[in-house]
Design a protein around this ligand. Structure first.
Ligand code: MRU
Length: 346
């Protein structure tokens, strides 16, 4: 992404967020100067994507400390506000990890917290660049050094991170090397992160792409129209089971059936070694209205409700490679984050 649009930026007294709910039609910002505004922005997906949520969580502590200074909160009120930020969304481990990273600075004031959050933001961008290079190397080595057809699901780009992107970081790197023929961007029901955000990023970067319905992805893969699928992750268990946007599992099953690699691109901070396997990953369930309406109009019968899990878990056996900023794990071949932890933590 060019530098004219920033996903997140600390203003000195608040966190400025690019409003991802109105893209691509409008480029607008939400400035969170209080915890209520920030928590609402996180829940509404103004800011979203695991690494971006981590950075938002870290700056969220700065927002809380600044608000506590302004409004004269006691310690208990500050702790409760920070807990609200930490728990605003449950699946991406990065949110809680971002909060926890800066907590030791809370006693030193909002500026000290913001400085540490900024360090996390800068690390995220650097990490994404490394993921991009390592992922491109692995893919070209495995699939063949030629222009590739890449399928991706949801948005794991600059908008989902502090900049550049994880899965789209790999795509950007491949494109820079002249090795992208076409990207299939799954539209990502029900909130259309693929159609609205991934397609927006790829178009701005001049990377050829088509948007397809999520339901088209397995067929695209089995028809031999994609060479590799690259997705992001919200939480990766110690055994390599990977939570990502609902629909990722269908992509993974199709990849296995077609014999093409499924590459998960994520920073090491998305690995949660405290969780042994995918069954223990908390899966966010979102409001029924996201599924039952279209553009504000009810599409399902009035008495019918919805099941709206925001994420699914792809078993480790279907993850061909996990690309982090410090190395690549061939998970379906038996490499696990747990076994590699010390080496890959960086
Ligand atoms: O609900 P979202 O939009 O926050 O879901 C985002 C995803 O599932 C991404 O693929 C994941 O967070 C990785 S972002 C680099």
């Amino acid at each position: 992404m060019t530098n004219d649009v920033r996903t997140l930026e600390w203003t000195g007294d608040g966190l400025r967020l690019l409003d991802q709910t109105v893209l691509p039609g409008r480029v607008e910002y939400v400035v969170a100067r209080d915890v209520g505004t920030l928590v609402d922005a996180i829940r509404r997906l103004v800011v979203r994507g695991a690494p971006a949520l981590g950075v938002a969580g870290a700056f969220g502590v700065a927002v809380a400390v600044r608000q506590a200074e302004r409004e004269g909160w006691d310690g208990a009120a500050l702790d409760a506000a920070i807990a609200r930020v930490r728990g605003a969304r449950p699946t991406a481990v990065n949110l809680a990890a971002g909060v926890d990273r800066v907590l030791p600075f809370a006693g030193k004031g909002a500026d000290a917290v913001a400085a540490e959050a900024q360090a996390l933001l800068d690390e995220d961008v650097r990490g994404n660049r490394a993921i991009g290079a390592l992922g491109a190397d692995w893919i070209l080595n495995r699939v063949g050094d030629r222009p590739l057809r890449v399928l991706t699901h949801c948005n794991a780009g600059a908008l989902a991170t502090a900049g550049w992107g994880t899965a789209l970081g790999v795509v950007r790197e491949l494109h820079g090397r002249g090795r992208v023929e076409l990207v299939y961007a799954d539209e990502t029901r029900p909130l259309l992160q693929g159609a609205r955000l991934t397609a927006w990023e790829l178009d701005r970067a001049g990377i050829p792409c088509v948007v397809q319905a999520d339901a088209a992805a397995p067929s695209t893969i089995l028809r031999g129209l994609a060479d590799v699928a690259v997705i992001g992750a919200d939480r990766i268990a110690a055994n390599g089971d990977t939570a990502n946007k609902i629909g990722s599992l269908g992509v993974a099953l199709a990849c296995q059936s077609a014999g093409i690699p499924l590459v998960v691109a994520a920073p090491w901070s998305t690995v949660d070694l405290a969780i042994a396997g995918g069954d223990a990953i908390p899966i966010e369930e979102r409001p029924a209205g996201e599924v039952l309406t279209w553009g504000g109009t009810r599409t399902a019968p009035e008495r019918v409700t919805a099941f709206n899990p925001a994420f699914d878990v792809t078993p480790a056996r279907l993850v061909t490679a996990l690309v982090t900023e410090t190395g690549v794990l061939e998970v379906s071949a038996g490499a696990t984050p747990a076994a590699a932890g010390g080496r890959l933590r960086g």
